[in-house]
Ligand binder design. Structure first.
Ligand code: SF4
Length: 192
């Protein structure tokens, strides 16, 4: 492995070696680390990758003007989060690449029956189509009574699966809505 002078200084070994030679690079090192997030806005969030649901802090730069899109400059584990206490696995540590990614989907997409392509559709169209599919599927599979003639009013032909970034409030509304449709199969990836 070939280490450049710059990468050597960045390492802890470089800091110790420089100290032995009489240079104390720690203030500069600490300042460089601090500068990266000195002017950022901290937003607490949850890693979306797995059911552990580690807490993260997302650092963004931007003056919050309406015509400015905040830029994510750093993502780190949340030291105050009870699940991960500031740690992140390699997937969570690469979260910034998930947020700042030119391949990220920004519009709803649909793949029609028989098609081999996904097509972009508008949000209104997506809402309409989802509502229509839910109504049709529920109407076709709704069970009013069980084999013994007891009233059950359940819908076994639709299932709901939530994600670990869904908030408590969102999950509350999901359960109310799905149960009102008669759904039995309501699950959440995070199990929290
Ligand atoms: S940081 Fe790793 S362990 Fe934590 S939620 Fe994300 S993927 Fe799961």
């Amino acid at each position: 492995m070939v280490a450049s002078r710059r990468s050597f200084i960045r390492t802890g070994a470089g800091v110790i070696a420089a100290s032995i030679l009489g240079f104390d690079v720690r203030p500069a090192y600490a300042q460089a680390k601090e500068l990266k997030i000195a002017r950022t806005t901290e937003t607490r969030s949850t890693c979306p990758y797995c059911s552990v649901s580690c807490g993260v802090i997302i650092h963004t730069l931007g003056d919050k003007a309406k015509n400015v899109t905040a830029q994510v400059v750093h993502v780190e584990g949340d030291p105050d989060h009870p699940i991960n206490r500031g740690t992140l696995c390699p997937k969570g540590s690469s979260l910034m690449q998930d947020i700042m990614n030119e391949r990220r989907l920004l519009k709803p997409q649909v793949r029609r029956p028989g098609s081999d392509k996904w097509e972009d559709i508008g949000w209104d169209q997506a809402y309409d189509e989802i509502a229509r599919h839910i109504k049709k599927t529920r109407d076709e599979g709704f069970i009013e009574t069980d084999a013994q003639g007891r009233k059950v009013n359940r819908c076994e032909s639709i299932a709901w699966n939530g994600g670990c970034t869904d908030t408590n409030e969102f999950n509350y509304l999901v359960v109310k809505t799905m149960r009102s449709l008669g759904l039995c199969y309501v699950e959440n990836q995070a199990r929290v």
